[in-house]
Design a protein around this ligand. Sequence first.
Ligand code: SAH
Length: 506
Amino acid sequence: MSKGMVYLVGAGPGASDLVTVRGKELIKQCDVLVYDYLVYNELLTWTKPGCIKAYVGKRSGFHSKPQEEIEKLLIDYAQEGLMVVRLKGGDPFIFGRGGEEADALLKSGITFEIIPGVTASVGTAAYLGIPLTHRNDSSAVVLVTGHEDPQKTETVIDWEKYAKLGATLCIYMGVTKIDKISEQLLRAGMSPKTPVAIVRWATLPTQKSCIGKLGTISKTVVDADLKPPAMIIVGDVVKDAPRHSWFEKKPLFGKRVAITRTRRQSSELMHRLHQLGAEVLELPLIKVSSAVDEEVKEEVFAELGSYDWIVFSSPNGVRFFFDAFFDEFKDVRSLGFLRIAAVGPSTANEINKLHLDVEVLPEKHTGAELGQALIDTGSIEHAKVLIVKGNQGSDDLIKLLEEKRAIVDRIEVYKTEATDLSQNAAAEKFRKLGAHGITFTSGSTVRSFVKQAKALQRAKDAEIPKTFSIGPVTSKVMKEMHVPLIKEAKESTLDGLVEAIVEEFS
Ligand code: SAH
């Protein structure tokens, strides 16, 4: 049996792109992932299929597995010969009991490696624009815990000692005790004017911060309603925060945007909105899957060479058509001399990926416009046209072409279905808090949104989302389904959609 091993990996402060390259590599490879509360969920999706994921708690005030049990778990899995990643928020050796876990592994003769992470204080400082050290203001940094045994009345942390160092103090796990901590720092002689920053969920789109003065900071925290997990930074360097702040100035910071694409398609839109600072709720309202009628496929593929035009009305159509095509044919030249038309730029983009050129792309991205653009080529009368589509969508295009005496065949290559949202975490948040915006990127997402209205019923005081449509086809369906429209993208692409959202919120 191969020898098991444990990697103590720092997950960084929250944002999934702040994990080290080595950390991400190990998460992707491991057989077992043992993680605790502070780790942001996205990291958990990187694991390979079949990876055992064990949640071991560690949220203050909530039940969590006792430390000995966590250590036993790591040892047991490693002794089974498995590759174990013990993922810890921030850095494993900063207030993470990583030292104890390493000791336990050593005692059991299990090999381990330690992969550092960006600790919360360093992440927080960067995302708030606070230089932890500064030539003029601070030449030392202290990382200290504000968490003490609630059973003890006496404080064991020597705040007086830290107050006298003239260093920047980064206090972990201290926000619920800020009154006592600030009182003792003041008593030890720190100026009540010393600036203090408190930040919750630093580096995430849900980051919330407040800046105050040591003398009045407990009240500031109460007023701002800042709860754990939060980092406290005390020291003159904090005065730079308002000037250096960059993360909270992003155009969509503080905005929660729900997106309603299918899972397979949502990552690009999600990534762009994230980069602009938005919190993204991914509501996978529809599921798109391959659904090709074998008989139709055989007939169409047998006659491919006889068509004049092939017309695609969605990126999914392109993907599923060519999946089926390449199952059957080895060579793209089996398409023959077909002329290619696409309804819009996203569809055309998908076709271009195959190094195929699109001859007709209407200015407005609707079926009717596409039909007209084809007719305008003067080649439609008696032409054989193959239309590639899903199980939904309108027949405007077909009607128009047939009126002009084209011979139209259609092949459905995918189907769109509603998904179950009752257990979905993003849907839960949407029901509870609502969102500032919601995007629709196809008629089918609108229809499913209406169909799933019950599963998405918002609480009374939840935010009412502004609606964004990717283009006229989607907007038309919104109108038909009585979904009010706030803004339509000027260009029917993801770029256009993102631009419309930024314009509305800035
Ligand atoms: N090993 C971790 C610290 C674990 S202790 C590290 O190196 O960062 C947990 C404390 O870290 C929390 O109570 C909070 O004070 C701080 N913390 C962790 N992530 C944080 C975040 N994203 N924003 C603010 N504070 C955070």
